[in-house]
Design a protein around this ligand. Structure first.
Ligand code: AAL
Length: 427
């Protein structure tokens, strides 16, 4: 009996001991959990903290720096009106748009762009069937590629036409526009869109042509048509290759280009925009399209520049990732690096290292872009302008790193409500 009693006592003691050990363990676990639950610090960490973070706090460390102000790929954009270009009093008969990157040869900058100088203003692409040899459909119909030079990038002298429209039926007889420049092995190459019908007739449909010269002043020799092949029927880029943008990368010519898809001929309002990449060993081709095209699914006109080992892009207007700067070390798989405001449209950044096959791209501080809504009272036309920024590893000015952009209230009020919210049910 006594033995049984002792055994019971020992068992009870063991249970009590066990309970107390488990209690101690729980306390220790709670303590260590409390230790893990650290609060985000007041001083911004430079590295991602090693404790649980919200999705948003996590994403801060996906950018080049957690604060936009410290992010080399974040910038404000400041604009200056260019001197030296006449627009016929802004009556809509002269347009300049879609500028190339400025390049510097000796002590002179050169720039190419679309120039339309017609007797009348464009009648719009919905009226393209009524366009004639003298009446343009769109702002870039009946246009040619012109060029200008400058000593300081602010005051320009228009030098004349670089690429004329060829005789019908040669490709581009209707319009040659939207150029971009490449320097390769001592020669200059102009890529441009070549239209064989008024834009808007069946779409904004055209391929890319190319011409080359020994000097930025020309003369330009025709080097080929449709150099960036269209996709097959039903593919996203099956009828248009726009905005060709060449960069020398990995010893090859990388040409980014745009195609608007999901649109023509009968779905005009529901378009999407993609950028493809076509690669060649020689500017005249042949070009092979990257199998992962489109490599960029936001943006409109193409603006790319060498950055560190890879390529960065300024992404404007269309898509979920519009108004961003993006970067891809391989030039293919881009990621968002910053969100930007007052984004330069159709920007051509000054990038001498676009032609040097650099593995140490330094970024950009200025370039030329366009505004498509110059002119008053329906005399809509485009002007080219200078933008300045700090997307450069070699330049730092705090004024470009402010995150606020303050428009006057008039800019907001001017958006107006128009016909919106006029639904009968008042929705
Ligand atoms: C632009 C560019 C292409 C289009 C038209 C003229 O800004 O995207 O060039 O075809 O609009």
């Amino acid at each position: 009996m006594k033995l049984i009693y002792s055994v019971k006592k020992i068992a009870l003691a063991l249970v009590v001991m066990g309970l107390s050990v488990s209690c101690q363990q729980n306390t220790t676990e709670t303590a260590s959990k409390t230790k893990e639950h650290q609060v985000f610090p007041y001083t911004m960490p430079t590295e991602k903290p090693d404790f649980p973070l919200s999705a948003s706090a996590n994403r801060m460390f996906d950018y080049p720096a957690p604060r936009a102000q410290d992010n080399e790929l974040f910038s404000q954009f400041k604009y200056t009106r260019l001197k030296g270009f006449d627009y016929n009093g802004g009556d809509g008969t002269i347009t300049r748009r879609d500028p190339t990157r400025p390049i510097k040869v000796g002590d002179t900058y050169y720039l190419w762009y679309t120039k339309r100088h017609t007797k009348v203003r464009p009648i719009g692409w919905n009226n393209a069937a009524k366009a004639t040899d003298e009446i343009p459909s769109t702002d870039w119909d009946l246009a040619e590629v012109w060029y200008a030079s400058s000593k300081d990038g602010f005051t320009w002298e228009e030098k004349g036409v670089a690429i004329k429209r060829p005789e019908k039926p040669k490709s581009g007889w209707r319009s040659v526009c939207t150029p971009e420049i490449l320097i390769w092995k001592g020669k200059y190459y102009l890529y441009y869109q070549a239209f064989d019908e008024p834009s808007g007739l069946k779409g904004d449909l055209c391929p890319v042509s190319i011409s080359y010269a020994d000097s930025p002043d020309g003369p330009w020799t025709h080097g080929g048509d449709a150099v960036i092949p269209f996709g097959k029927e039903g593919e996203w880029d099956h009828k248009a290759t726009h905005d060709p943008f060449p960069i020398v990368h990995d010893g090859k010519i990388y040409v980014y280009y745009k195609s608007a898809y999901n649109k023509w001929p009968d779905n005009r309002k529901n378009y999407a925009v993609g950028h493809g990449l076509a690669i060649a060993d020689d500017p005249l081709g042949p070009y092979t399209k990257h199998p992962l095209n489109p490599v960029m699914t936001s943006g409109h006109e193409t603006t790319y520049f060498p950055y560190k080992k890879g390529i960065a892009a300024i992404i404007y207007k269309d898509g979920n990732e519009r108004e961003t700067v993006q970067y891809a070390e391989d030039g293919v798989n881009f990621k968002v690096m910053s969100k930007i405001s007052l984004v330069p449209v159709a920007a051509g950044p000054y990038t001498p290292d676009a032609f040097t096959d650099t593995k140490d791209g330094r970024g950009i501080t200025w370039g030329i872009s366009h505004f498509i809504n110059a002119g008053e009272n329906g005399n809509r036309h485009s002007i080219i302008a200078r933008f300045d920024c700090d997307l450069s590893l070699d330049y730092d000015e705090r004024g470009f790193k402010d995150t606020g952009v303050w428009h006057k209230p008039e800019v907001y009020f001017k958006q107006g409500l128009g016909k919106l919210r006029q639904h009968p049910e008042g929705r």
